[in-house]
Design a protein around this ligand. Structure first.
Ligand SMILES: [Fe+2]
Length: 187
């Protein structure tokens, strides 16, 4: 699909979490995150009990190709599986490429993992998170409202979800009485 892109302005509808003009829209239900939550019994019970929507990605019509700069808004619903908060699957880029996230609504953050070290960047209140090349990244809704953020990334970045499924992210983000905490796990 090498249709030349032309300049365009886009509207980010913060109330709905949709980009206009719209490109691909992706929905991930809980069952799409199988293998990522610690409590497998609670996970399967929640999947059987309605398989809730966990996150939606509304992308602008920009191809994922070298030279292009795709962007999207992700909405993570509030919720948890036995205390472990709703989150994206998380991925490494297959190419040596970074990415920028900007918080847009709700409360949440960015969990980063380079295979040894874990980092957390809060994206609440419009904060910007920088993801360097070589760091896996996952976002987490730490609040009780939908958490939305803008992502902007190189078109040739590529997505490796399998490596996160195999190795984890070095930590889990878990609800506490006061909010949330990171619980380190062996990778
Ligand atoms: Fe990414």
């Amino acid at each position: 699909m090498s249709i030349p892109t032309t300049p365009f302005g886009a509207a980010l509808d913060i109330a709905s979490g949709l980009v206009s003009p719209e490109g691909p829209l992706q929905e991930r239900r809980l069952s799409d995150l199988r293998g990522l939550y610690a409590d497998e019994a609670a996970f399967e019970a929640a999947v059987a009990d309605g398989d809730p929507l966990v996150y939606t990605v509304s992308a602008a019509p920009v191809p994922e190709e070298a030279g292009e700069v795709p962007f999207s808004i992700t909405t993570i619903e509030p919720g948890d599986v036995a205390g472990e908060l709703f989150m994206t699957k998380g991925h490494w880029h297959t190419a040596h490429e970074g990415e920028i996230y900007e918080g847009k609504a709700g409360r949440g953050g960015l969990l980063l993992f380079d295979g040894a070290r874990t980092r957390w960047i809060d994206l609440s209140d419009g904060a910007v998170g920088y993801i360097p090349p070589g760091w896996a990244h996952r976002t987490v809704n730490t609040g009780d409202q939908p958490f939305r953020f803008l992502a902007v990334y190189p078109g040739a970045a590529g997505h490796d979800y399998e490596r996160v499924l195999e190795r984890g992210m070095g930590a889990r983000v878990v609800r506490t009485q006061d909010g949330f905490e990171l619980q380190e796990v062996a990778s």
